[in-house]
Design a protein around this ligand. Sequence first.
Ligand SMILES: Nc1nc2c(ncn2[C@@H]2O[C@H](COP(=O)(O)OP(=O)(O)OP(=O)(O)O)[C@@H](O)[C@H]2O)c(=O)[nH]1
Ligand SMILES: [Mg+2]
Length: 376
Amino acid sequence: MRVDKIIVDSLQEAVEELRSAYGENAQIISSRVVKTRRWPFLPFFKKTQLEVTIGIPEPEDFKEQVDKNSVLYEEIERLKKTLQEVMEAVRLEDVEGVKKEPEFSEDVSNRVVEVYRKLTYKGVRKEIAKRFVEDACGYDMELKKLDFKEGIYESIKESVEKNVRIEEDFLSITPKVIALVGPTGVGKTTTIAKLAYLFKRREKSVGVITLDSYRVGAVEQLKSFVKVLELPLKIAETPTQFSEALRELSEKDIILVDTAGRSQHDKLRLNELKMFFDVLDVSVYLTLSTNLSELVMYETILQYGVLPVKGLIFSKLDETSYPGSFLNVAYRTQMPILCFTTGQTVPDDIVIANYDFITRLLLEEKYGLRPAGDSS
Ligand SMILES: Nc1nc2c(ncn2[C@@H]2O[C@H](COP(=O)(O)OP(=O)(O)OP(=O)(O)O)[C@@H](O)[C@H]2O)c(=O)[nH]1
Ligand SMILES: [Mg+2]
């Protein structure tokens, strides 16, 4: 990819100029305000303009990775359509409330009703809770009702396995490059540190790259983590520097990539990130804080759909009273969950997604926040 700079009056102008000269694949990497002379011979009359850094892809850069990502993007497009409808339904439900309990297809046993209520109490939407308990049931000839096929825990776990996707064997499969993206302050950097520790404990070699050199203190925060773990850290500000850093760390089993938090509404900054991930083979995970409302989580997934997001991380589970909302999102999007984070402590407060943990989270009064990381 070739990186260039242009001076324009507005971002709109930059986008138009870029598209007409280089087509859809050219992207804006960053922009800054500059003062330019209105007339070269009169130094005092200055005009405020934008200096925009643009990336012009070379054809060979894109081909392979875009082919790979196109399947992912097709999935994301399908998901976006479903999410629009889901969001409308959730909005209505939140505003008007659902007056009626969904009807079960058959009469159900008392313990099924009890578990159904527990799930809804934890924030699982009624129709989703119904689906989860029904999938865990069979018809009991003696009771002449629907009842759990086995014990409550085993039955619900089976249902969770059927309805929720997780990244299986995440800690074992290497080599790979994993990038965490998401809104500001959701816990990306802390999660990178926790993941680095888990991989290291499994005797994998780990390198870290940060694309976050904007926020004051961001690099220092990461430096303090990697220093303790004795890991190499590279800082990349442009896609070219990023591919250079990846090359330098190519001997590692795992490369973890931290990014700057970006509001889901900031399209320009999201498109900057796209430049980094469309060209190189990176597994991108979107981090969502579970204390966000479910609607905001859907909205964030929609807006982050400009990136090849492969799966989700649910952070700050310790801060939510309704852990069920993550289940609604995971069920409705069918995006695989990579991990949960459960507190501020590095490296302990992380759980690599596993069906046992999710089932306990749904059924137990107070879920066990530890041990978990490495239970897979
Ligand atoms: N309660 C709780 N706090 C967390 C968790 N994970 C991270 N935090 C805290 O959230 C704050 C932000 O964490 P960071 O890791 O810096 O978040 P970030 O997404 O990298 O933030 P930006 O880079 O600014 O976008 C810190 O105070 C963390 O200690 C968690 O699972 N639970
Ligand atoms: Mg950060």
